[in-house]
Design a protein around this ligand. Structure first.
Ligand code: MEV
Length: 328
């Protein structure tokens, strides 16, 4: 039996624009998905997901915890994979050069699903790592990130950047631009606070909405390019350790994302609550439409203010997690 875990992430800057080749800076946070994989005698895949439900073979968010059905699917899965879990298992089989094998898989995650915190990427990264090890092989973090990206790409019909999967595999703060992914060196302490509205945005729909806007209006395309410029300015601020400038740029980034139509009233309310509580900056994180905001909290005030903000169902501190995927 092998258990691996991988972290979720927040976008310091650059979501959506990264889909069009602009750079983005996601940061891993200390909230993890844990996947336990045990080889079976037969060639079946049985998945148990605590705190998650399974829609077909795709993990989706659910409320109850007791009524999850286990799912049996026949292996081999390489051709048949349509979801995050079977996709991860298929990648592990391929990496280990095994034509078929069966597994019991248990997923536990403390990352809200579909909320902009990279939960599916964390499950896929941890799943590939655990299953590959269970088969007696081991992958570099780079290959793991690459294989996890293939799974996200397939499940999300090509609407995925490498940001979530690379960040989850490597940990820390990373820079992603197209296929060029690297970990950033020294970064200042980033006192993240996350506010969650309990909702999920539909990433595919939101990405398609931005594409349409960009196609219709030249100035929407300019907004996407401006996010790229802002990310480059943010990288300089990270190098200089200028946390106040990072906050200002986060505010600017939120404004541009709002202009692109991907914010929501609940997200704007949390962003303004954070700003009024003296956060250095605040923005939505991820695809938007609902889900999470991230703020830089210089005092405890932002955290407390978010806890009392109508529509905020959860607020938590989220330290940068310098460790990516790991065996538990
Ligand atoms: C979703 O978490 C972030 C987007 O930029 C899409 C992606 O990068 O795959 C909207």
């Amino acid at each position: 039996m092998t258990t691996s875990s991988a972290p979720g992430k927040v976008y310091l800057f650059g979501e959506h624009a990264v889909v069009y080749g602009e750079p983005a800076v996601p940061c891993a946070i200390e909230r993890r998905a844990r996947v336990t994989v045990e080889r079976r005698e037969d060639e079946r895949l049985r998945v148990r997901a605590n705190d998650l439900t399974l829609d077909g073979f795709t993990v989706t968010w659910g409320g109850e915890t007791d009524t999850r059905p286990d799912v049996d699917v026949p292996a081999p899965l390489v051709e048949a994979a349509t979801g995050y879990i079977d996709g991860a298992i298929a990648q592990a089989l391929d990496a280990a050069g095994e034509p078929a094998a069966g597994f019991d898989v248990t997923v536990e995650s403390d990352i809200p699903l579909g909320a902009g915190l990279g939960s599916s990427a964390a499950v896929v990264v941890a799943g590939i790592d655990a299953a590959t090890r269970e088969l007696g092989a081991e992958l570099s973090s780079e290959e793991l990130a690459d294989r996890a990206y293939q799974v996200e790409y397939d499940v999300q019909d090509g609407q995925a950047s490498r940001a979530d999967t690379f960040c989850s595999a490597m940990g820390g703060a990373v820079r992603v631009q197209g296929e060029d992914c690297r970990r950033l060196g020294e970064v200042p302490t980033l006192p993240f606070v996350v506010g969650y509205d309990g909702n999920t945005g539909d990433t595919g729909e939101l990405v398609a909405g931005v594409r349409e806007l960009k196609h219709t209006y030249g100035f929407a395309a300019d907004a996407v390019e401006s996010i790229g410029d802002l990310v480059r300015a943010g990288e300089a601020a990270l190098r200089d350790g200028d946390v106040e400038e990072l906050g200002r740029l986060m505010d600017f980034n939120h404004g541009l994302l709002s202009a692109l139509g991907v914010s929501a009233r609940s997200l704007d309310t949390m962003v303004w609550a954070a700003r009024e509580a003296d956060a250095l900056g605040a923005k939505l994180t991820g695809a938007g439409g609902g889900g999470c905001i991230v703020a830089l909290d210089r005092t405890e005030q932002t955290h407390t203010a978010l806890e009392y903000t109508p529509g905020c169902t959860d607020a938590f501190r989220a330290e940068l997690d310098t460790e990516g995927v790991r065996v538990e």
